[in-house]
Write a protein that binds this ligand. Structure first.
Ligand SMILES: [Zn+2]
Length: 337
């Protein structure tokens, strides 16, 4: 849908690059074609928000549209399976993705009354051969309540679940259950991460690091407002899963001039590139890389670095990591040669 002007040599490089998707919401990745099959009339046209120049008015504007699509499709675990299958196959075949860390939203389970464990199984079993998928449960700031408590507690023992992610409106208070659950999750061998630094500033990123004990941040782009934080994030084990087109369409990038907006990705902070919610942004992973190259002036060596970071911080085993990183290095050498 989106078009970014890159040379055919660079286009071939991006397409051939082995990639990871480590910031992807399953509901936000719902293939629009499935909605069109469901109700051809209602979904005859692709969303306006797929236009390159489209901007959302607010996070609420974005979220309400997204939840509308999700509610129309995600009515049963089978529907999750069907969508996840298409999402993973497309990522694997068309985007050369070898590793995915995605999340399912506890809010959808809460509102639909679906069996959360069945949903987790439905998603995990949709992964094709050659693509490793780690599944997270995304819980919004006020998402732990009387309706969800039981299944969230049970989810600590689901083997289909790799970890937990903090979702939703960032400005809402961080409730005490959160740090408690995040700590216990790690005791159960789960990974933990959090959305932070998209709409709230460096203070909130510091808070999720301190209080939730996370080292993997979804977005985290507002860290550029604090030299101290940037320096801290540039040390191990911190990782930021950045989604540049999402930041533009949600006007997060509007806070900064171009130089400032680029500082994080040019810094020593370990950043990866992902799509966040393609049904809302109309973006593919190819688009993200092409966007960085054509609109932000990054080099192909930078793109290779982002792809490498994705593998280095994945849960693939060392031999698998070495294969993909070796391929990235070879592609870069050939490109530059
Ligand atoms: Zn996200």
């Amino acid at each position: 849908m989106m078009h970014f002007a890159v040379s055919s040599k660079a286009e071939n490089f991006i397409r051939a690059l082995p990639k990871t998707e480590t910031h992807l919401h399953i509901e936000g990745a719902l293939p629009y074609s499935l909605l069109q099959q469901l109700d051809p009339e209602r979904y005859a046209n692709v969303p306006d928000s797929w236009r390159k120049d489209f901007r959302f008015d607010s996070f609420q504007h974005f979220e309400s549209e997204l939840l509308g699509y999700a509610a129309a499709w995600f009515t049963a675990p089978d529907r999750y399976h069907e969508a996840a299958k298409l999402i993973f196959e497309t990522l694997h075949k068309e985007q050369n993705v070898k590793y995915v860390a995605c999340s399912m939203a506890s809010g959808v389970i809460e509102f639909s009354g679906m069996d959360g464990h069945a949903v987790a199984r439905a998603i995990k079993s949709a992964a094709p051969k050659g693509l490793k998928v780690d599944l997270y449960l995304g819980i919004h700031h006020n998402g732990y309540n009387d309706k969800t408590k039981n299944f969230i507690e049970e989810s600590l023992t689901w083997e289909e679940l790799s970890g937990y992610d903090l979702h939703g409106v960032e400005e809402l208070p961080l409730e005490p259950w959160t740090a408690n659950l995040w700590n216990r999750a790690r005791d159960f061998g789960k990974y933990t991460k959090a959305h932070a630094g998209e709409f709230c500033g460096p203070d909130f990123i510091e808070r999720v690091i301190e209080e939730l004990g996370v080292s993997r941040i979804q977005h985290g782009v507002r860290s550029v407002e604090s030299e101290v934080l940037l320096k801290r994030l540039s040390t191990q084990p911190f990782v930021l899963d950045v989604c540049p087109i999402s930041n533009v369409k949600l006007r997060v990038a509007d806070r900064y001039n171009k130089e400032e907006a680029l500082r994080l990705l040019k810094s020593d902070v370990c950043c990866t590139i992902s799509t966040d919610d393609p049904i809302s942004f109309g973006n593919t992973l190819y688009d993200e890389y092409a966007f960085l190259l054509s609109e932000y002036g990054f080099s192909v060596a930078d793109l290779a670095r982002f792809a490498r970071n994705g593998f280095m911080t994945s849960t693939l085993n060392d031999a698998e990591k070495a294969v993909h990183i070796g391929e990235i290095d070879n592609l870069l050498e050939t490109y530059l040669g």
